[in-house]
Design a protein around this ligand. Structure first.
Ligand code: TYC
Length: 104
């Protein structure tokens, strides 16, 4: 906004930008267990995290080796839905696979 001061000087004030933060993102992570078949985990990663077979296999092997592995990063409601879909699918198939979300 521009205003005139007493001495005729033109003062220009910068408009304040609204402090809009991007929404927090969440990691969706698979956890290892001793019972869920490797092939089932690969299929889950392909189906729910849109990975090709090679990438899905690498993520599954990382989980198997390290105990956990990142499958994707999403806004809160999408991450939460992915976790629920994966858990529902795994329980229906009789596997104890665990899937969690963590703030990125
Ligand atoms: N550890 C499992 C096995 O040996 C395989 C596995 C991988 C399970 C990843 C869960 O998130 C997982 N059959």
């Amino acid at each position: 906004m521009a205003t005139n001061s007493d001495n005729g000087t033109l003062l220009v004030r910068k408009e304040k930008k609204a402090a809009i933060k991007p929404p927090p993102m969440y990691h969706v992570v698979l956890l290892n267990d001793d019972y869920t078949p490797m092939e089932f985990v690969v299929a889950i990663i392909q189906e729910y995290f849109n990975k090709d077979r090679e990438t899905a296999t690498q993520i599954m092997l990382k989980v198997h080796r390290d105990g956990k592995g990142l499958c994707g990063v999403y806004p809160k409601d999408i991450a939460s839905t992915k976790v629920e879909l994966v858990l529902t699918h795994a329980r229906k198939a009789g596997h104890p696979l665990q899937c969690v979300m963590e703030e990125a």
